[in-house]
Design a protein around this ligand. Structure first.
Ligand code: MRU
Length: 365
């Protein structure tokens, strides 16, 4: 996607072939800057500190992290050590485990001297596939938006299609295009009148900081709302469709995504508003069925709740306290939306019901 006229991806292999460039998302929307990752430890730190975030992007970062470890030391000990440490950097998004397993499986039986090169090719391949999957999700999701736009005669009334999204499942969360936002970009580029309600997404404000930034760069009309506004907007006919991303989708179609997604799904269900989840196949965990029982939910630091980051009038970026000192916070980063609340899954292979049979139909091969 473009930022001030220049094409960017969120992550790239640098020309030297042994370091990785990433957009540092901790400083957006106030400062746009990239940083360089030279080692698997730094890759791990970038994932943990959320310099890079979003399920597909942490998968690709993990894959490059393993490559960096093998460039330094291609032994089995080094491979297993880096694999284990990277895997534990964030527990919920399955893309990380998926990408790490791909690189590990690809190199495990190779002679030591060609492992790093093979890992590089595999990581690059994972990154390229992510772009293609997100593009395809954009095309399929656009068909849904078009259908809703025409069916509910929004077009004739001359008004915009109102889409609500939660967190950031745009290109910043992937290598390019995004998942939930890709259909919106396609619709906007095709000339459809769209408007996006952006949930601020406390505590880290991925919606307020990142989704609004992305949509602004692309010129998509949008409005940030507090997380609790969604139900009210839906009751008053101000939301035509909800699209969110996913960090892990089980084979029965339960979706784990940013904390607060579940409440949006219930509100959409109650108000008969379609609720779609956009995800690449790298987000599907075929090994589990029941998302509530089986998906590990990351618990992050209470400081993310007790403090908030922002830009001061003098231009400095600062963190300020929100609560009385010594207040306790509890910060589960994700929740699970049961399949019954989901109208459909938008994948790179097409649209399916949120069910085992629906997913199997798309992914049997
Ligand atoms: O904690 P984050 O910012 O990594 O959480 C991101 C999300 O919850 C996204 O919705 C999800 O990863 C899908 S991204 C295409």
């Amino acid at each position: 996607m473009k930022i001030e006229g220049k094409e960017w991806r969120t992550i790239w292999l640098r020309e030297d072939g042994c370091s990785i460039g990433v957009i540092d998302q901790r400083r957006l929307p106030h400062v746009f800057c990239s940083s360089i990752i030279y080692s698997f430890e730094e890759a791990c730190n970038a994932i943990q500190s959320m310099a890079v975030r979003g399920a597909p992007l942490i998968g690709v970062t993990g894959a490059y992290g393993l490559m960096l470890a093998l460039q330094k030391d291609p032994s089995n000990v080094s491979l297993e050590n880096a694999y284990k440490i990277l895997l534990s950097s964030r527990p919920t998004a399955v893309n990380l485990a998926w990408a790490l397993a791909r690189v590990r499986n690809c190199v495990a039986k190779l002679p030591l001297e060609i492992r790093a090169e093979a890992a590089k090719k595999e990581a690059q391949q994972i990154a390229e596939e992510d772009v293609l999957m997100c593009k395809a999700i954009g095309d399929y999701g656009y068909l849904i938006l078009k259908e809703i736009f025409h069916k509910s005669s929004i077009k004739e009334s001359g008004r915009q299609l109102n889409i609500l999204t939660h967190c950031n499942a745009g290109w910043l969360a992937t290598v390019d295009w995004g998942t939930a936002l890709a259909p919106i970009y396609k619709a906007h580029r095709s000339g459809m009148k769209v408007h996006v309600w952006v949930d601020e997404t406390r505590p880290r404000n991925q919606g307020a900081s990142l989704t609004s930034y992305e949509l602004g760069c692309e010129g998509v009309p949008h409005t940030v709302v507090v997380d609790n506004a969604g139900g009210h907007l839906m009751q008053h006919g101000l939301v035509d469709v909800v699209i969110v991303g996913s960090d892990r989708t089980t084979r029965q179609g339960d979706v784990c995504n940013k904390i607060g997604t579940y409440l949006k799904a219930i509100a959409a269900y109650e108000n008969k508003i379609p609720f779609y989840v956009a995800l690449p196949s790298s987000t599907i965990d075929w090994s589990i069925a029941d998302g509530i029982k089986e998906i590990p939910i990351e618990i992050r630091s209470e400081s993310e709740i007790l403090q908030i980051n922002g830009k001061l009038n003098d231009g400095d970026i600062a963190s300020v306290n929100l609560c009385p000192l010594n207040t306790k916070g509890f910060n589960p980063a994700f929740d699970v939306t049961p399949a019954k609340f989901i109208s459909g899954l938008i994948t790179e292979r097409g649209i399916s019901s949120a069910s085992e049979s629906g997913l199997m139909e798309l992914y049997r091969k």
